[in-house]
Ligand binder design. Structure first.
Ligand code: FES
Length: 593
């Protein structure tokens, strides 16, 4: 019986999938027939919401390698609720293995997700992501498709352990690598460390980018409560995936779409939670990009407006602990409960309850890890937004992971024109640099690098490491890892490659940083900046064909989320629900006519 003949559905909107699967014409026949190789009976296939399981599983992405098991759990939930789950692969993105960098492929994955959802007979979708770029790519694609969606992330990996101490893959990786550089750790020990660090499936186990985006998903309301913090290997993550599958069927039937959940109020909640949890600067870029897909007006000013939100989570790199303890302390819901007066509690979430309703009865179970608002680990938000003639469209700094002594700094620039020059000279014992200098690295932006890599984590020069310098101001038009620690100002926009003022800075120019005032200035006149930029050689175009060429033609600057302009929502237009062209081969041809 076609769904349109089902009397129980009379008062409900027509299912999206029914445009493909209902009907006795050649199209209904053809669409149903092509799903039958799965072994579906008519009873399994017809009159049910079809729930896609968008899976970024890949053996090339260690952080996502357990997602097949989560997909099975989600499918179980879909079946329990009367839906039919259909799993499909989407491009996965390994933060470490992909070259030149995973960020350059975020939009490609997001286009894959959007197209896979939009082009197929899906009534809702479960989004399975884990490693840094997979979660934002899924959310960007699902936002553009605007078909009901629910996010399930992979969860943090087991904490590393080395030489009797806990180790985090996104923070101790940097620390120990510095120690190798300083000759404090041998090559053999480094090798041993390598095997001690990533000892289970799951994403990085500190408040780095993967966890920040999982947290953002929960705060946005697009994931079920508790999604972010359950460890990857904890059986409760499978339970959560099963529940998410069940809930996806209900979302499909109710027609609740990403645009209904991820509103401006929801983004304000996400920003506030990112500020309070010590979130990654990369979350700024991804949230801007996701909002752009939804048509939600969001800019760096919205992040600057939340600078007074105190940091409550004592988690690396802003604090001391790793994510397993965060889960035991109550996870994101406990943190949100501690800051509840600061949140838009009426915002709706995918479980059908408001943020405020979800927080009832929740509290921090360990005030060492999730502090009460009366005793924050930092009285100001984790991320500062900076502007000035050096970054007219903005820059950001993870202030909660930097030495506060450097928040006000006036010093001479020490410029590296590109990353090759930096790599060549940084450890030169005769480098004429002091800790008062401000290192400036150019050429790390979306166009210049290209792809906006994490080159902004500029190591302290070897000569200064030997002097015991632990932190210094570093500026770039690039990004940093969410696990990075130090006074690194990143996302300088516009970037050098498109003629941003950072291109004009020369060694010896005086730079003024005032984090409290949100100021980043270089003491050069506008005329001198324009003159120097006009004398620079044209930016090298790194790609002339393929994805690289498309990327270079379309990518926007970092303050806009480094997304493609062509992929942002069009003001005043709803995304089309069905593909633009007729779904059928030959419209209206009924078998037997
Ligand atoms: Fe995948 Fe850190 S490398 S989450």
């Amino acid at each position: 019986m076609p769904a349109s003949d089902d009397p129980s559905r009379e008062s409900k909107p027509r299912r999206r999938s029914s445009y493909w699967l209902d009907g006795d014409d050649i199209n209904g026949f053809n669409h149903r027939a092509r799903l039958k190789p799965n072994g579906f009976s008519d009873e399994a296939l017809l009159n049910r919401p079809i729930i896609g399981i968008a899976n970024t599983w890949s053996e090339l992405v260690g952080c996502n390698v357990h997602l097949r098991q989560l997909a099975d759990a989600a499918k179980r939930g879909v079946l329990q609720a009367g839906g039919l789950p259909l799993e499909f692969p989407v491009l996965s993105l390994s933060e470490t293995l992909m070259k030149p960098n995973a960020m350059m492929y975020r939009q490609l994955a997001a286009m894959d997700v959007e197209s896979s959802i939009h082009a197929h007979p899906l009534d809702a979708v479960v989004l399975l992501g884990s490693c840094d770029k997979t979660t934002p790519a899924l959310l960007m694609g699902a936002s553009s498709a605007n078909v009901p969606a629910i996010l399930v992330t992979g969860g943090p990996a087991l904490v590393g352990n080395w030489q009797g101490k806990e180790a985090g893959s996104g923070t101790d990786f940097w620390r120990v690598s510095y120690d190798v550089r300083a000759g404090k750790v041998s090559k053999e020990e480094y090798r041993e460390f390598e095997s001690s660090l990533c000892r289970s499936v799951g994403h990085c186990m500190e408040m780095a980018t993967a966890m920040s985006m999982a947290v953002a998903g929960e705060a946005l309301g697009i994931a079920l409560p508790d999604n972010a913090a359950i460890p990857a290997v904890d059986s409760r993550r499978l339970v959560l995936a099963e529940r998410s599958g069940r809930r996806a069927v209900e979302l499909a039937e109710a027609g609740v779409r990403p645009r209904d959940i991820m509103t401006k109020d929801a983004f304000q909640n996400a920003i506030r939670v990112i500020m309070a949890i010590g979130g990654s600067t990369n979350a700024v870029i991804h949230l801007l990009a996701i909002a752009g897909r939804l048509g939600v007006p969001l800019s760096l000013d919205d992040f600057a407006a939340e600078k007074g939100i105190p940091v409550l989570a004592n988690l690396r790199p802003s604090g001391e602990h790793l994510l397993e303890r965060f889960f035991y302390a109550g996870g994101v819901q406990a943190l949100m409960a501690e800051m509840a007066p600061l949140l838009n509690r009426e915002s709706m979430t995918v479980n059908g309850k408001t943020i405020g309703e979800n927080l009832e009865g929740r509290r921090s179970l360990d005030h060492e890890v999730i502090r009460p608002s009366s005793n924050p680990i930092n009285p100001c938000g984790a991320i500062a937004v900076l502007k000035g003639n050096l970054a007219p469209d903005g820059a950001v700094m993870k202030r909660s992971a930097a030495d506060p002594e450097l928040f006000t700094h006036y010093g001479p620039a020490f410029v590296f024109e590109n990353v090759y020059e930096l790599n060549e000279k940084l450890d030169d014992p005769d480098l004429p640099i002091t800790s008062e200098h401000i290192i400036v690295l150019k050429g790390g932006g979306p166009v210049g690098a290209p792809g906006l890599p994490e080159w902004g984590h500029i190591p302290i020069p070897g000569k200064l490491v030997a002097q015991g310098v632990k932190d210094m101001v570093r500026i770039s038009d690039s990004r940093i890892s969410g696990g990075s620690h130090g006074a690194m100002i990143v996302h300088v926009s516009p970037e050098a490659a498109v003629g941003g003022p950072i291109a004009a800075v020369q060694t010896g120019d005086m730079i003024r940083l005032d984090v409290e005032a949100g100021l980043l200035e270089v003491e050069i006149s506008d005329e001198e900046i324009a003159r120097r930029i006009s004398e620079r050689p044209p930016t090298k175009r790194h790609y002339r064909r393929g994805w690289g060429a498309i990327y270079l033609d379309q990518v926007q600057q970092t303050h806009l989320g480094a997304d493609f302009g062509i992929l942002r929502a069009i003001e005043g237009e709803e995304p089309p629900d069905l593909p633009d062209l007729p779904i059928g081969l030959i419209e209206g041809w009924v078998l037997g006519d």
